[in-house]
Design a protein around this ligand. Structure first.
Ligand code: EPU
Length: 447
């Protein structure tokens, strides 16, 4: 298992181009199961999660060829998907356990093949993560669903012994923590091939849902309202292939913004989805960070300069569904606030247990007090490098940027979590001046 060894203290500066979004790409890939034609996705990042979903799609009868980016500055590679064998329908535990997002194959497979068997994803380091809303939504479209031997077994209603199409319905996707992003993706994708109209109420408004609706519409679907809490889908009998460019990754962009702020840096991000980052920019500006966006023609692909030149001001942050502050940046902002001038309050409203990084930051000298879903951060003058353990993707990013601002050396163990969602983070941080090395557990750690 690899680890990162970081010498803190460098002030980040320079330019970086943001990669295509991991969380947008995953449901887009699953949408290729909805058609017999080829689907081409561009700006696809080279990440472990994408590789895992490719493996799953291949098992499900879909050819999946990935051509990585040719140069550093490209946002990602080209992924060509083509479903040639519509008979398999079982997403096995072996693959699903490596990546929860495999659940996004459920809706497309059920809608196109009339049946799907997907291993039920378990909990993970950030909490319990149920899928009841996905199942409620698909049941509303007429699917029969049971859980058998750890698998979700779903079938479309049968007519004269053969699976028939799902049927449009009014579907409510609100849950105790708001809507569900992948649940909305599943129901919206399945509804494209259903008979009649589906209205999804309390739909997730995340930009990744808008991107999926754009692909589905390019494939001939009739989806409107994506990006709002009410999505309307008029079912069609078949979808065709399409060629689609994935939106840039707002969480990768936010992570580099945080790293720039924490190191009093001056970083310019190209291909930045600023339009989807309003809450993030708001919090950075409140902390005293200068954020200037040159929006050009496309507010989802801008140039954004982030400059910090003083001790940061403390913040109050509450994570919320989009357009609120994203849970996927909570850990990175928490790292940043460890060095702010005063007390900050961070409340997690999406995953109340998503705080495994708190104990690790404390090992670096941070002053944190957690009660339930809230952490109070008392800013300290400096963090001190230490060996720390990554527990999940975003917690890993938090520890890396904390290490870059700490005095001395920090070793972040188990960075395979990071590789699931950040392409070559160490090389990209080095490009900005960070002192960070990837070391395999078998190699000696540099002195
Ligand atoms: N929830 C339910 N029932 C459900 C589904 C969700 O109660 O059936 C709850 C969850 O437990 C959570 C909340 O609803 O409290 C939101 O979960 P959601 O379903 O929206 O999460 P997701 O779609 O499984 C995606 C991202 C996550 C991101 C969340 C929230 C992907 C592949 N994953 O997950 O990303 O945190 O939305 O924005 O798109 C990450 O990238 O690090 C990551 C965890």
């Amino acid at each position: 298992m690899d680890q990162f060894v970081i010498q803190g203290g460098a002030r980040l500066s320079g330019r970086l181009s943001i990669k295509g979004s991991k969380n947008a790409t995953l449901p887009l890939m699953a949408a290729a199961l909805l058609t017999d034609d080829p689907v081409t996705l561009r700006d696809v990042p080279n990440l472990a999660d994408i590789t895992n979903l490719r493996r799953l799609l291949v098992e499900l009868g879909c050819e999946a060829d990935y051509e990585p980016a040719q140069s550093w500055h490209e946002a990602g590679g080209v992924l060509r998907l083509h479903t040639t064998d519509p008979t398999p329908s079982h997403a096995r535990y072996d693959i699903v356990r490596t990546m929860r997002a495999s659940i996004c194959a459920l809706g497309p497979m059920l809608a196109k093949r009339g049946q799907a068997r997907v291993s039920m994803p378990g909990g993970c380091a950030i909490g319990e993560r149920p899928v009841d809303l996905h199942l409620r939504g698909l049941r509303a479209l007429g699917a029969e669903i049971e859980v058998n031997e750890g698998d979700i077994v779903a079938s479309a209603p049968r007519r004269t012994g053969r699976p028939a199409r799902l049927r449009g319905a009014r579907v409510f996707l609100g849950g105790p923590f708001g809507s569900t992003v992948l649940g909305t993706a599943n129901v919206m994708s399945a509804a494209t091939l259903a008979e009649g109209r589906t209205v999804i109420e309390s739909a997730a408004c995340e930009p990744e849902i808008v991107d999926l609706a754009d692909l589905l519409n390019a494939m001939g679907a009739r989806v409107s309202g994506a990006g709002s809490p009410r999505i309307v889908v008029d079912g069609v009998t078949a979808l065709r292939g399409a060629d689609h460019r994935v939106i840039p990754d707002r969480i990768e962009a936010g992570t580099y913004m945080c790293a720039a702020a924490l190191t009093n840096g001056d970083v310019t991000l190209e291909n930045c989805p600023f339009d989807a980052m309003i809450a993030v920019a708001d919090r950075l500006e409140h902390a005293g960070v200068l954020v200037t966006a040159d929006e050009g023609d496309d507010p989802m692909r801008c140039r954004v300069r982030v400059t910090a030149s003083r001790v940061l001001r403390p913040l109050e942050i509450t994570t919320q569904p989009h357009p609120g502050f994203p849970t996927d940046l909570q850990a990175q902002f928490l790292a940043m606030l460890c060095l702010a001038d005063g007390n900050s309050v961070v409340t997690e409203r999406i995953y109340p247990e998503r705080f495994l990084h708190v104990a690790e930051l404390s090992r670096m000298g941070a002053k944190l007090f957690r009660q339930g879903p809230t952490v109070v951060v008392s800013g300290v003058r400096s963090l001190v490098g230490a060996p720390v353990m990554a527990s999940d993707l975003r917690a890993s990013a938090c520890l890396v940027i904390a290490g870059m601002a700490a005095e001395g050396s920090t070793t972040v163990h188990r960075v395979y979590h990071l590789d699931r969602g950040y392409e070559r983070m160490e090389e990209r941080m080095r490009l900005l001046g960070a002192d960070i090395q990837r070391v395999s557990d078998r190699e000696p750690v540099p002195a």
